[in-house]
Design a binder for this molecule. Sequence first.
Ligand code: PMM
Length: 268
Amino acid sequence: MASQPLVFGILNVTPDSFSDGGLWENPDNAVAHARAMVAAGADVIDVGGESTRPGATPIDTDEEQRRVLPVIRALCGEGIVVSIDTMRAATATAAVSLGATYVNDVSGGLFDAGMVTAVTHSPAVYIAMHWRGDSAVMDDRAAYDDVTKDVVSELEERVERIMDAGLEPNRLWLDPGLGFAKNPEHNWELLRNLESFVELGYPVMVGASRKRFLAPFGENPIDRDEATAVISVLAAEAGAAAVRVHDVGRSARAFAVRSTWQGDSDDR
Ligand code: PMM
């Protein structure tokens, strides 16, 4: 029986993320929200301190750590599996030392030259996303000859550099980076060809949740959760290992339906 992807619940401890900015800035609220996501079926909580939306204001490492580390300490203390969403080696290292299991780097090691070495010297799993530049420039870089081929080959180049640094292959995951230097048609094309990423041989994460390309199915980001849950199941069918979502309950229930369809007795 096919297993279901892991569900990463998004916890943005930021004042300015596109769909949930400001909601979880207070650490007590953030921890309560993480517990609720775990109760709803999250396998992992992905904690981020810096918004990556187009045009977001960059912050420094101290501010990022001030936002995320107290929350990570509390979650790891409760035995919750944590992923740190950061492009910075110092924040990744601090988070892993508090017990984070995954380092989710939207820049795939391109933002901070020390990141890949830092992760290699830690016990963490590294999630390397396809990236062509930070939020100030990414929309201008959404030009491809063939988006799937180009993103696959740019990710393969990252894999080579990451392997050169000594990371064991079983500690690497990949992510096509929906919405990062991609227009809506690019995102759909990447989803249609998700198997091309799965075929690279590493677990693949899909982060479609509430993104702008889902606007035809919900004008406001929070109205895009049904579309997100459908994508979770379609991504699972294509072989994704994990989905990163704001509304954990909808994707977890969608996976339970898939599991029952498949005749699996363990229907999560
Ligand atoms: N998208 C966002 C942030 N982090 N990480 C991964 N691996 N994949 C993604 O698609 C991704 C990410 C976008 O910002 P949000 O936290 O506001 O959804």
